[in-house]
Structure formats: C-alpha cells, structure tokens
Design a protein around this ligand. Structure first.
Ligand SMILES: Nc1ncnc2c1ncn2[C@@H]1O[C@H](COP(=O)(O)OP(=O)(O)OP(=O)(O)O)[C@@H](O)[C@H]1O
Length: 567
C-alpha cells in the first residue's frame, strides 16, 4: 500500500520573514515564533487503511515554506469527528516543516528542524537571553520525536546540547577571558504535581512531589529541584537519558509510548566575562534555555490503554489513562486560555489596561509564566498529524494565537562589572584545602569498615580533587594572561627599537649633509685665501683678511667637531 501527498513540487524553503501583517514581527521585537511540523503516516495508520488506494495527507505546505493548508476531505481519511462538512483552511507561520514523506525534496529532517527551530534559540541563550522551545500538539503527533528523537535520528535536545558545547569551546578558544558554567535540571508535571526527573529518591510519589514557589521578583520556580553542573556532551546526555527513563509514559491506542506528563528540561548557562586582564572585575551573565515537551491533547476514547499480554480486561489502566487524560486536557485548556489573553494583551493599545492572566490556574502555566509571557525569547513547534482534520485544526488555531504573543526578553547581565578579588578567592581555596586535608586525616583515623564514613571520605576526596582542578584552572588562566602581558611588553619594546633606529638613520643623514657643507665652505675659504695671497703685495689689507678668514675657519671647525661628538 502506497501513501501519496498533495505536496509534490515544493522545494526546501529558504529563510524569510512572515508575509502577513498578523502582529508577528521579526523575533527581535519579541514575538513568540511558531513553527509547524507534519509527521509521516504511522504503521498502524497504514494498516488501518490497507484496503484503500492510498492515503493522502490532509495537510499540504506550498513552496513558500510559511503556509500550511488543511484540506477538507470527505473521504474516510479525514477522520472528522465533528459531523460537519470541513472546509479548506490556510494558516501562516514562521516556518512550516514537511516531514510527511522522506522521499520529498522538501523533507524536513531532524537536522533541518534543528537548524530552523533550535539554533536561533541556542544562540539567544549564549547571547544572554532566556529562551524556550516547546512542542505542542495532539497525542501521537510527533512532539517527543521532534524534541528527543531516537538514537539514529536525534531530535532538538541532543542536537542543541551537542552544538552548545561546540559553540562554547569555540568561544573559549577565541577569548580566554570568559568562563562558562553549565547546569542542568529536568522535571515533569504529572497530574498537576511536579517531580524531579533526575532524583534518585526511592520514596513514594507523594513524598517526591515538589512545590512551585515564587522568588522575590515574582518568578515561579520548582523548590528543591536538583541542578547538576556538567562539562561535556556525554555528561549532559547521560542525565537527560536518565530523566527520560523516569518520565511517565504509557501505551495508548494512539501512541505506544505516550508521554503522560509535561516535561521541562532547563539548561542554565553562567558566563563570567573578565573585563580586563587583571582579573579583578567581571560581568556575570546568566541565561537559560528551556526545552518543553508537552503531553498531547487527547480524546478519552482514543487514548484508552492498550490491553497487555492479550488480557482484554484493562479497566484500572483505562481509568488511570482517563484521569491522566483529563488532567492533561485541563492544563492544556488553561494554557490555551492564558495564551489567548496574552495574545489579546499584546495587541491592545498602550492606553488600555491589560487583562489579568490566570497563570496560577494550572501548574503548567504557572511554571511557564516567564517563558510564555515574560522575560524570554520563545518558540513553539506545533506538531500535527496528517490525517486528523479536527485535532489538526485545533492545533493550528492554538499556534496562530501563540504567534501573536509579544514577549519582553532582556539581556540577563549584571550590567555593571562586579569587583572580584582574585587573592581573596585563592586564599579561600587554600583555607578550604587545609580544612579538607585535616578532615581527610580525621576520616583516615576512623574505622575502615565503616561504609558511611567511606562514602563521606570519598565524597570529600572528590571535592578535594575538584578544588585542585579549579585551582589549576585558575592558575592556568592567570599564567596565560601573564604570558599575554609579557608578549605585549615585548611588542612595545620592538616598537620603541624601531623608533630609535629611525632617529639614528635621520641623524646620520644630517651628519653627511653637514660634512658636505663643511667641505664646500673650506673650498670657498681656500679660494679666498689664495685670492688674498695673490694680492699681498698690494697692502696689509690682504694679510688682515687672511687672519680673519683663519679665525672663521677655526670657529667653524670647533663647532663641527662639537656637533659630531654630540651624536
Ligand atoms: N517526523 C517524524 N518522522 C518519523 N516518525 C515520526 C515523526 N514524528 C513522529 N513520529 C513517530 O510517531 C509516533 C508518535 O510520535 P511521538 O511519540 O513523538 O508523539 P507525541 O506527540 O510525543 O505523543 P504523546 O503526546 O502521546 O506523547 C512515534 O512512533 C514516532 O516515532
């Protein structure tokens, strides 16, 4: 059985601005960027239609790369549950990604999706802006595939992490006065409660619940969420893979591996930019990139659990899936309400009062407050199925509302350079080292069979090693800066030498010219002496002139010899 598509002649779209005046200007003005991506047909969808001639995609994407057409289709493939006759709908977004058919010339691969939807957000984060990419769409529409992908076809998250390290390594090589620190945290919102996906805790789900609080700037955060410092792609991916394994998923009729929770991965980047080579003051920039894989909107019948091992009685699982589905739908309904109000507020005139945004109505909107309505450059990838008219229409409407939201992203810099005292840092390190050394001595004297103490011991040793690394890094930084200073001095000395050489050449030239003038003067004087001698029989006047001339010669000679001595 073959699949076909209406989109046969489009080419890979080139980047360009949205043409419609729908309030979504370029990203610099702060609008949420919106992309849509259509997935291919799945094996079960092909099987279910094995008797038909082939399934068309209800979605097509013309070559401009920014338009998506949702076609009415009265055949069974439309799967319209509304009963009404659907009509063709046209939508425009920042970019429409065609992943329906791998053979198509404009097929949007995982790498291409990263280039279009991921790279700009990563660059924003490195430039010091909070950024966020979230995947939205009905269940089974390709959100997790887009965000995480598979080992063979890695999605946005692994590609972002890979490129993050590449970019930071490049910057560090170019500029040794920047120090980067990367931290990662990962949590899920399941049935309105937050859980740390990186926690090793074995306590009950109830005990593992984390609270959402607000900081002094009224920005919500997950209390006690663990944050891990990482320094390589492998380290970061091993944490993310651990988090993905901990995420709540289940097999449903629509997706064998359906995410039953919203997951939020946060990569925090701290940059310390030393203002000058003395290393005494630095600007600190702290930004984060949030990667959000939302749970899919769903109809309860469609997401009943799949009977396992041939067991048809699956009542409890069905109930749980339904309860999960209701919570997911509720939070997505609140998200829709919040996005609508934000979009209306963004398009109100300056004088009118903005409506209150009900962020607190769900944990999801509360925690995403800054990303969807505050200090963040944000993009949404609206994932759509090629054969579900009603759900695709809903998703595209949602996405259109989102594209009209204007956020105010700020550069998260300390602004003024904060003073740091390098000697103080080193003496603190030294104090810490001495404390650790004496602690290690103490531990050594404790029982060797005591497991707890051994664990503590090794932890402390780890800390000690980390301290040593930091100390060495700091010294390396100082050494390289000292080396740079010496190099500068050497360059300056070379420049001074060049100046001296130029002066010497000039003085030599002057000396030669003066010697020539002196010889010419001598000739002139000799001529005059001869002239006078020739006339000495005439009177004493000639002798007198001769004596005067001799006096002039003596004066000139002594002047010249003084000058020559001086150079
Ligand atoms: N662009 C794509 N190319 C190939 N396969 C895809 C693509 N998008 C999705 N799929 C496949 O479709 C199925 C459903 O995708 P996925 O699990 O990503 O959906 P989801 O939107 O995350 O669903 P849920 O909300 O239930 O978690 C998976 O088998 C996935 O591999």
């Amino acid at each position: 059985m073959s699949s076909s598509t209406r989109n046969t002649n489009s080419t890979n779209p080139s980047p360009k601005k949205k043409s419609q005046g729908d309030g979504s200007a370029t990203f610099n003005t702060g609008n949420i960027k919106v992309f849509t991506r259509v997935r291919p047909l799945l094996a079960r969808e092909l099987d279910a239609n094995s008797n038909s001639d082939g399934i068309n995609s209800l979605v097509s994407m013309p070559p401009d790369g920014q338009t998506v057409v949702l076609h009415s289709d009265e055949s069974e493939n439309s799967r319209s549950l509304s009963g009404r006759k659907p009509s063709n709908r046209i939508f425009q977004f920042d970019r429409c990604l065609w992943s329906f058919d791998k053979e198509s010339s404009n097929y949007a691969s995982q790498d291409y999706t990263y280039k279009i939807a991921g790279e700009e957000m990563l660059n924003n984060t490195i430039s010091g802006y909070n950024s966020c990419i979230m995947a939205y769409g009905q269940t089974g529409s390709g959100k997790t595939y887009t965000m995480s992908g598979s080992r063979e076809e890695p999605g946005l998250i692994p590609l972002v992490v890979d490129n993050l390290f590449d970019k930071l390594n490049f910057i560090s090589k170019e500029n040794e006065l920047i120090k980067f620190t990367i931290k990662v945290s990962f949590f899920e919102i399941y049935q309105e409660s937050s859980y740390d996906l990186l926690s090793n805790s074995t306590s009950s789900m109830n005990d593992k619940k984390l609270k959402i609080r607000e900081n002094s700037d009224r920005i919500p955060f997950v209390e006690n969420l663990k944050e891990f410092e990482v320094s390589s792609f492998e380290e970061m991916m091993s944490l993310i893979n651990k988090g993905n394994k901990n995420r709540t998923t289940a097999a449903t009729n629509l997706n064998l591996n359906s995410s039953r929770s919203h997951s939020i991965l946060t990569i925090k980047l701290i940059q310390e930019r030393f203002i000058d080579e003395s290393l005494t003051s630095c600007e600190k920039i702290e930004s984060h990139l949030r990667l959000v894989d939302l749970a899919g909107s769903e109809k309860s019948i469609a997401t009943q659990s799949i009977p396992l091992n041939g067991n048809t009685s699956n009542g409890n699982n069905d109930k749980l899936r339904q309860k999960e589905g209701n919570k997911i739908n509720n939070s997505l309904t609140v998200l829709g309400r919040v996005l609508t109000i934000l979009s209306e507020n963004s398009n109100k005139t300056v004088k009118s009062t903005p409506s209150v945004v009900p962020y607190r109505d769900s944990s999801l909107t509360y925690i995403l407050k800054e990303s969807i309505g505050g200090n963040s450059k944000t993009s949404m990838i609206a994932c759509i199925s090629p054969i579900d008219y009603d759900e695709t229409l809903n998703t595209l409407r949602y996405a259109t509302i989102t594209s009209k939201i204007r956020n105010k992203a700020k550069l998260n810099s300390t602004g003024e350079a904060s003073k740091i005292n390098i000697n103080e840092i080193i003496s603190n390190y030294e104090k810490e080292k001495n404390d650790l050394l004496s602690y290690i001595e103490l531990l050594k004297s404790e029982s060797e069979n005591d497991n707890d103490s051994n664990i503590k011991n090794s932890k402390k040793l780890e800390n000690y090693i980390k301290w040593q690394d930091d100390y060495i890094n700091l010294n390396n930084l100082r050494n390289s800066i000292n080396f740079k200073k010496l190099n500068n001095k050497l360059n300056n000395l070379n420049i001074e030498n060049e100046e001296l050489l130029k002066n010497l050449i000039y003085l030599n030239k002057m000396k030669n010219e003066n010697t020539k003038k002196l010889a010419a003067n001598n000739n002139l004087i000799n001529d005059k002496i001869n002239n006078a001698l020739n006339h000495n029989d005439e009177n004493d006047m000639g002798l007198d002139l001769l004596n005067k001339m001799n006096g002039v010669i003596n004066d000139k000679e002594s002047l010249v010899s003084k000058y020559l001595i001086s150079i």
